[in-house]
Design a protein around this ligand. Structure first.
Ligand code: XMP
Length: 531
């Protein structure tokens, strides 16, 4: 699936300030967008080579940010920003690789360092004139930043000067105030640069003149207009997974096009205990949205029989979903569109930008797992939102709070929480363990403090003893993480008493499990799901 700038983000009304982010393939480019949105600034990310002069001018950016990237400007054929952006008379901010390409293109020199610099560093702010340097970044500040680079700037282009330096990077922050061109060697978008958001805000508000006029209310109105324009009088089907993303998508669509929308809930046999009833009830009874409840357990579990490879599982599930949706689309009377709750992290982790090698980590079933040939056109109004923004949109739409707060649940369901072969017996065991775990988390009042918690059933049996008998049963791993957007995560620090209680209950109450472990891997290097 291509990932072009034009189908990337909702087109805002002309009244919005826009910032353009040109992507050179960094894994954290989307975090730049996030930091800007937190300040109410509307922005779009375009691959660096998808930005013709005509398109950029038509977008009317108040400023352009050049992202980081994995390449070296010293390599032959390394990516560059289009030359015309230096002549547009608008402010520019280069981040890491973005700074280096800016320096090189404007006549400065970038060199390969003797050693690469990764991790925490401190920048001393040297200048008291630059509008980039206010708040925590005022002159004299000693700010923690996150570095991740091999090359560094060795000579500045004409009319640039240094406004901040670190021990490892004498050109950590540079500026050409007259042209309003800025560059930083570090990554202000990651959490390890604690005041990075303020630095971006200084750029967007002080330098580019943005007012911070992008809100969820505005997003809702724009999306409704956009959905109506895309869909016309056509019929739309929307797959509900039980998660908040597809639910918010469905409710937004219903507001936009009423009964042109039919929701489809596919019971894949891979849902959690009680999930089907809850979803059907909310949509049919509470919202009165037409809903098809498709029983497809035999189909999904049949096709997954004997499959152990995680990517194969994802691809099979993605294909089956589309087959079922295609069939339901016909039942609905030739629906032309399929609406999905695809979020930005799904897009960014599944797609390699042309020329920007952001590697594929997983094929999320609602993005990369879709077959090339699909009869339905996609409607994905939340393709550019992060999870907490989806929740904010849900509140804006008046959805019940307990539904909005639900932990994320992946499209492939329990299939990716059963490493190895999936069987009905294992699904049943996992459902029971998961129910106990979530129940205990809720009883302890911890549910809202955790981004996502779930049980995983490992394809490993171990020996135990219960009563006087030997047991030989499965191991269950518990996972709980904190996160703000699912892109990075830390494991949740439960106290041992809590973990002991859950373990005892699972082993006592779930036949088939005789050992429980707790997963203490953060993301990165782990991912949240096990597959
Ligand atoms: P990972 O495991 O990649 O997950 O760290 C990040 C977040 O995405 C969810 N996830 C998915 N959601 N379809 C979805 O709708 C998928 O295929 C999928 N895979 C992972 C995961 O639960 C976590 O919240």
């Amino acid at each position: 699936m291509t990932n072009t700038a034009t189908d990337f983000i909702p087109r805002p009304k002309e009244t919005h300030d826009h910032i353009l982010i040109l992507d050179f393939g960094s894994q954290v480019t989307q975090l730049i967008a996030r930091r800007l949105r937190e300040s109410g600034v509307y922005c779009e990310i375009w691959p660096f080579n998808d930005a013709s002069r005509a398109r950029v001018e038509a977008f009317h950016p108040r400023g352009i940010i050049l992202s980081g990237g994995p390449c070296s400007v010293l390599d032959k054929d390394s990516p560059h920003a289009p030359d015309f952006i230096y002549e547009m008379g608008i402010p520019l901010l280069g981040i890491c690789y973005g700074q280096q390409t800016m320096v090189q293109q404007l006549g400065g020199i970038v060199e390969a360092g003797d050693s690469r610099e990764f991790g925490r560093a401190y920048v001393d702010v040297l200048d008291d004139q630059s509008p980039l340097l206010s708040g925590p970044w005022a002159k004299g500040a000693h700010e923690q930043v996150w570095m991740s680079h091999g090359d560094h700037v060795a000579h500045l282009p004409a009319d640039f000067h240094v406004i901040g330096k670190s021990d490892g990077a004498p050109y950590a922050m540079i500026a050409n105030e007259e042209k309003q061109f800025y560059g930083v060697q570090f990554h202000p978008e990651v959490v390890h640069t604690p005041h990075g958001r303020e630095l971006y805000r200084n750029f967007t508000h002080n330098i580019c003149g943005c007012k911070g006029d992008w809100t969820m209310k505005a997003f809702r109105e724009e999306q409704i207009e956009k959905i109506r324009a895309q869909v016309g009088k056509g019929k739309v089907i929307c797959g509900l997974s039980g998660g908040v993303d597809s639910s918010v998508t469905a409710i937004l669509l219903h507001e936009a096009i009423g009964d042109q929308l039919t929701c489809i809930y596919v019971d894949t046999g891979l849902m959690r205990a009680g999930e089907s009833d809850q979803v059907v009830q909310l949509f049919r009874e509470h919202y009165n949205i037409p809903l098809i409840h498709e029983e497809a357990e035999d189909l999904f579990l049949g096709e997954l029989e004997g499959v152990t490879d995680p990517e194969t599982k994802r691809k099979i599930i993605g294909k089956l979903f589309i087959d079922v949706f295609d069939k339901c689309a016909k039942e609905v009377g030739d629906a032309e569109f399929l609406a999905q709750g695809t979020l930005y992290p799904d897009v960014i982790e599944s797609v390699s930008f042309t020329g920007g090698p952001s590697v594929t980590i997983k094929s999320h079933h609602n993005v990369g797992g879709l077959p090339e040939k699909m009869n339905l056109k996609l409607v994905e109004p939340m393709r550019e939102l992060f999870k907490d923004e989806v929740r904010a949109l849900g509140r804006e739409l008046g959805m019940p709070e307990d539904f909005i707060r639900r932990h994320p649940f992946p499209g492939p369901g329990l299939a990716i929480r059963i490493p190895g072969e999936i069987t009905r017996e294992k699904i049943e065991i996992l459902r029971k363990a998961d129910t106990i775990y979530i129940e205990e988390i809720k009883n302890a009042g911890l549910y809202d403090a955790i981004w996502q918690a779930f049980a995983v059933l490992l394809p490993v049996k171990t020996v135990g003893v219960m009563g006087d008998d030997r047991t030989y049963d499965y191991v269950c791993a518990l996972r709980a993480v904190t996160s703000t957007d699912g892109m990075t995560a830390d494991y949740y620090h439960f106290d041992h008493e809590f973990l002991g209680r859950v373990s005892t209950r699972i082993i006592n109450e779930v036949r088939g499990i005789n050992r429980v472990t707790y997963d203490i891997t953060s993301k990165p290097p782990g991912t949240i799901e096990w597959e």
